[in-house]
Design a protein around this ligand. Structure first.
Ligand SMILES: N[C@@H](CCC(=O)N[C@@H](CS)C(=O)NCC(=O)O)C(=O)O
Length: 230
């Protein structure tokens, strides 16, 4: 019998998005349950040691937490393998996957309180972009993905971050990613990938904007029609 998977999620969570992309890439059927971030149910708190999503419930029995562990598990049990087959390449990819938490600075652009704060945050993002551009420049191929023509777990790790960056950049263009041509091409390829699109709710961009408004973020003023809606 096929293994049953249920993904516990918040709609905007980039870490859940990473797990969903891997499920999509492998054509694995799964249920998804969205829980209320501000009112997490008892059953969820009982299975998530740090009370965070994602949790992947396997066969209604084992609760896997941590998006990286979930992605690696799914990669081991279902073809096509997304991690490179060469051990050194695989370790190198894992190392860059471990760099993803540093990239939270990119998604936290939404926390900017004014233009000055945003400019400071952009400096941090530029520093990360420089490092990623450096990694991409070491490829001996034309991409477009992290390792080249084949989509990998590392692409699944970074796609959620770049999607959120892109949504921010659309409401308040920063002119930042354009400084890094390899990174921009990688971002564009990730944004077009069907698994990346299918890994979030339909109308995710509208939902993301709504959350920005609901949380009263400074940047919400840049959403087209924001002033008229007030
Ligand atoms: N390292 C974790 C991070 C997961 C994470 O931070 N999830 C956020 C949602 S995007 C969360 O559940 N936050 C709730 C909280 O911090 O209380 C992973 O990769 O799965």
């Amino acid at each position: 019998m096929a293994t049953k998977y249920k993904l516990c999620s918040f709609k905007t969570c980039p870490w859940v998005h990473r797990a969903a992309i891997v499920l999509q890439e492998k054509n694995i059927a799964y249920d998804i349950e969205y829980i209320d971030r501000d009112n997490r149910p008892e059953w969820f708190l009982a299975i998530s040691p740090h009370s965070k999503v994602p949790v992947l419930i396997v066969d209604e029995e084992t609760a896997l937490f941590e998006s990286n562990a979930i992605a690696e598990y799914l990669d081991e049990v279902t073809e096509p393998r997304l991690h490179p087959s060469d051990p050194l390449d695989r370790a190198y990819n894992r190392a860059w996957n471990d760099f993803v938490p540093v990239c939270r600075k990119i998604t936290h652009l939404t926390d900017a309180t004014d233009e000055e704060d945003l400019a400071k945050r952009c400096e941090g993002v530029r520093d990360i972009f420089e490092k990623l551009e450096g990694a991409l420049s070491k490829r001996d191929n034309d991409g477009p993905y992290f390792n080249g023509p084949d989509f990998s777990l590392t692409d699944a790790s970074y796609a959620p971050i770049f999607m959120r960056f892109t949504l921010f950049d659309r409401i308040h263009p920063l002119g930042l990613i354009e400084e890094f041509p390899l990174l921009e091409a990688w971002r564009n390829a990730l944004m077009d990938r069907p698994s990346v699109i299918a890994g979030v709710v339909p109308d995710f961009e509208d939902y993301w904007r709504q959350v920005l408004r609901d949380r009263g973020r400074w940047a919400a003023q840049f959403i087209p029609g924001a002033a008229a809606a007030e």
